[in-house]
Each structure stands twice: as C-alpha cells, then as structure tokens.
Unconditional design. Structure first.
Length: 236
C-alpha cells in the first residue's frame, strides 16, 4: 500500500490502532457464546434487520465456559468508554482471524458473495483503498486487512500453501463451493463425505487464503468415528 511522504512509523502505528479499535458494531450484532454440540449453523443473514437475537440457534446449546459466564450481558461499543473489569466486549467474537490481502476490498466482496458475510465496518488507508474491514459470517467476526509497509504480515502465496486455514460450517457446502468458484476460488480438495459425519471441501480464495467448508450430514458417535478411522487406516 502506498503511503504519502511524511507518514512516520509512529503515525502509521497510531493510525492502525485507531482503525482496529474504533469499530462501531450495531447493537443487533450480539454474538451468542453458546455453541451447538452438533456443528453447523443456520444460513447467515444478509442484512442487519435479519439478524436474530441469538445467532446460533442451531441445536442443543453447550455449557458456557467460566470465562463466558463472567462476561456481562449488556452491549458495548468498541469506540466508547469501557470499565476496566470488562476486558472482553460482549458484542465481539473472542477469536477473530485477520486475513492479510493484496486487495482487501476484493476479499470482502468474495466473503460477501460466497458466505453471505455481513459487512460491519470498513476503513480506508491514506491512498483511499480499503485498509481494514470487519465482517461477520453467521455472527462470527473476521477481519480483512491490507498489506502495510513496515509490518511483516503479508498475503499468502497463490499456490494453496498458506499455513493457516479457516474452517466454516454452512447449510449447503456444495452450493457455497460453487459460489466460491464463480468468484475466482480454486478447489484444493473436492467436496466429499467424511467419516466423522461432515460433507467437506477445501478451497483457496483469489487472495490465497484457504477455507475448509463443511456441512454436517450425519451425527456420529465416538465409537463410529474410531471404527471408521481404523478402517481407513487399514485401506491406506
């Protein structure tokens, strides 16, 4: 990304910090910390108005962890004042992938078209191009970042060798992979049924990031999974 003359490192750092923290998320986007024991979730909403009060009403709810139980239920704004005891905002995912890209705007478009990702925020850099984006896939947040000179993070190579992959459950893996390919993604592993009960495919998006896309098609027991895995090993 081109930076105009006069941008000193400390100024750039302050700009990035402000860009990452001053993100105003609509109060409707409250991430429910409960997770379904069976995996997959409902189809992601395409607008804020369509977001339900709980974003993961997809089966029997799992128990909250001690950390989750300690969190407050009220909605917070990232840009506003926050009590020192409330270190984890209620309206944020706890773990968020940050995808560094050669073209952040194109990656946001890919996520929107492929996964129905909801755009929560975008900020431009000094050159006017998208420098940072925040999106939600079925309520789970993901950050889209442009490459910055002076910072080591770079977009992955366009050969599927990225050491980090994103796993996402969807309603219909075949349709999602088809949409991904129509948006320029390459299939690294074709969609197939897996021994643990998922139907899964593996793709690389146009920016080089790899995604494992899956739909739960069968609930299995530990005994079934162990037996099937042992059979697979015998055949290999």
């Amino acid at each position: 990304m081109f930076l105009p003359i006069g941008h000193q490192p400390h100024v750039l750092e302050e700009f990035l910090v402000a860009m990452l923290l001053q993100i105003e998320i609509p109060p409707e986007i409250l991430v429910n910390r409960n997770r379904a024991s069976s995996g997959g979730c409902q189809k992601p909403p395409t607008s804020i108005a369509a977001v339900p009060s709980t974003l993961h009403e997809c089966g029997e709810q799992s128990k909250k962890s001690p950390i989750q139980d300690s969190r407050i239920s009220e909605s917070l704004s990232f840009g506003g004042a926050m009590d020192a005891k409330k270190g984890i905002p209620e309206n944020s995912s706890i773990v968020m992938p940050r995808l560094f890209c050669r073209d952040a705007a194109a990656e946001m478009e890919f996520c929107s078209h492929t996964f129905g990702a909801l755009e929560l925020n975008r900020r431009s850099g000094p050159d006017g191009k998208v420098a940072h984006g925040l999106m939600a896939i079925s309520g789970e947040m993901i950050m889209i970042e442009a490459e910055w000179p002076g910072f080591p993070a770079r977009a992955p190579q366009l050969d599927g060798s990225s050491p980090v992959g994103i796993f996402v459950y969807v309603d219909d893996v075949d349709q999602v992979v088809e949409r991904a390919v129509s948006s320029g993604a390459k299939i690294l592993y074709p969609v197939q049924n897996q021994f643990w009960g998922d139907r899964m495919g593996w793709i690389m998006d146009p920016q080089g990031h790899t995604w494992t896309v899956a739909s739960r098609i069968e609930e299995t027991t530990k005994e079934q999974r162990d037996r099937r895995w042992a059979t697979n090993l015998e055949k290999s």
